[in-house]
Design a protein around this ligand. Structure first.
Ligand SMILES: [Zn+2]
Length: 473
């Protein structure tokens, strides 16, 4: 039976992929610098007979690996970037490997690897059963800065997909039927006039004043926004010395909302505030957009398929040692935060490493606080997504505790489960046309009248540094 063949292949080859995830965890690289992971995954897939298209949209670490031919065309979305400042050993006390270095605090070492594993497992069955259809693994860089998939989408690489599947490391095995927020990442650069701050303050025009007034304006705007909209900012340049009136100052904003239209509206208002601040301080302002991603559009049809396949995989079994490590990690987190996490999705749990398979139907339509560039792909083609237990309940994403968990055998086990769910679902999609028809009908309904167009302006280029160069495949 084919599904058993897939599960058998994944179990037999587990070592290859835990090794890959481990090595990527040991070589963490931040957005647009993921040379190690991209090179390793491209080489592995090429050796397995996949055709590789690299340097998508001028991003050296963006690639597509393809196997098979004809219809349908199904994609798996993978990620592999790390986060700055989250370097950490696999231990339950803060212990950086490289001081202030990057670390896999979002588990993307697991995320991409499970995708490679799923397409390679499928390839084996496709050969044995002489199946038609095309499977693709998308090596998507720079998810953490919310723009890798947007730049890939601009190249049209997702346009001919019938469906796509993905997953994310989490703290339970659950279908992702909730949405993530749409978001714009934009910097405002103010320009003023330098002067001696003590001797001739009247001659200066402070760009920092403009930044501060802009932030005051933005904070007053908060009172007059819809519920759930979010504004956060950091001042990236506030001048160099108190006795020099700063002629340059910059502030970096994230604006989030449950729909892209709402982010568009917020952006218009925040730009007016920036111009107001410039007017008040007699400075000039320019803006620089870095990313603009859509909210995610869950697809129930694909989520249902992934849920059924999560149940077909062997149940996760954690050892006493893993349970102990989970308890030690959670003990380092504020108990109030842990208590909140245990009530996640409104369902209380005492289990630190949940092994059951959950589907919270009541979460449909709920928008979570974070954002992802998976949102863009979900407006181009139907996307199914699940989470699996890769860290203990109470450990927060983007923390050193998460880096430790995602490098440990807990993360590896969750990754195996995700690979199985994706591989089995790929099989279903290749062999049952009805699922694709249903998923696409649902997609058509949810996107009706709102065709996708890339939200970042054409002039915005991916921030790739010249130092990043991969060996040709
Ligand atoms: Zn992530």
């Amino acid at each position: 039976m084919s599904k058993q063949t897939i599960l058998g292949w994944i179990n037999e080859n587990e070592g290859i992929f835990t090794n890959m995830a481990q090595r990527i965890w040991e070589n963490p690289q931040i957005a647009y610098e993921e040379e190690f992971a991209a090179q390793l995954q491209m080489e592995t897939l090429k050796d397995a007979g996949f055709k590789i298209k690299q340097n998508i949209g001028g991003v050296p670490t963006a690639f597509v690996a393809e196997f098979g031919s004809g219809q349908p065309v199904i994609g798996i979305l993978g990620e592999f970037d790390a986060l700055p400042g989250l370097s950490q050993t696999i231990s339950a006390k803060r212990d950086e490997i490289v001081p202030d270095g990057p670390g896999h605090g979002c588990g993307h070492n697991l995320l991409g690897t499970a995708g490679v594993e799923a397409v390679m497992a499928l390839k084996e069955v496709m050969l044995v059963e002489n199946m038609s259809g095309t499977i693709r693994y998308y090596g998507c860089p720079a998810e953490e800065v919310l723009s890798g998939k947007t730049f890939m989408a601009r190249e049209g690489v997702f346009d001919d997909l019938d469906c796509a599947l993905t997953w994310h490391p989490g703290t339970s095995n659950v279908v992702a039927n909730m949405s993530a927020q749409a978001m714009v990442s934009i910097k405002f650069h103010f320009r003023g006039i330098t002067a001696h701050a003590g001797g001739a303050p009247h001659a200066g025009r402070s760009a920092l004043d403009a930044v501060e007034l802009m932030n005051v304006g933005a904070n007053y705007m908060r009172e007059h926004m819809l519920d759930g909209l979010r504004i956060h900012y950091v001042i990236t340049n506030g001048g160099l010395a108190p006795n020099v009136v700063p002629d340059k100052a910059s502030v970096w904003y994230y604006l989030r909302a449950s729909t892209k239209e709402q982010v568009d509206e917020m952006l218009v208002r925040i730009k007016k505030i920036a111009h107001g601040a410039a007017l008040m301080t007699e400075t000039q302002v320019d803006s620089e957009m870095l990313a603009f991603c859509y909210e995610t559009l869950p697809n129930d049809t694909l989520n249902d398929v992934m849920y059924e396949n999560l149940k077909l995989a062997d149940e996760l079994v954690f050892t006493e040692e893993e349970e102990k490590f989970a308890g030690e990690l959670v003990a380092t987190v504020d108990p109030a935060i842990v208590a909140m996490s245990k009530r996640r999705f409104g369902v209380p749990t005492e289990d630190l490493l949940p092994t059951g398979i959950e589907y919270h139907k009541h979460m449909k339509g709920v928008t979570m606080g974070g954002s992802t560039d998976v949102g863009d792909v979900s407006w181009i083609t139907p996307v199914g997504q699940v989470y699996t237990t890769c860290a203990p309940v109470g450990v927060q994403a983007h923390s050193w505790q998460a880096t430790a968990a995602y490098g440990s055998s807990i993360g590896m086990k969750g990754m195996q489960l995700a690979a199985k769910s994706m591989a089995l679902s790929l099989y279903d999609l290749l062999t049952n046309q009805e699922i694709i028809i249903k998923a696409r009908e649902e997609f058509k309904e949810s996107t009706a009248g709102k065709p996708y167009s890339v939200a970042i302006p054409e002039k915005v280029k991916p921030p790739v540094t010249a130092a990043v160069e991969l060996v040709g495949i």
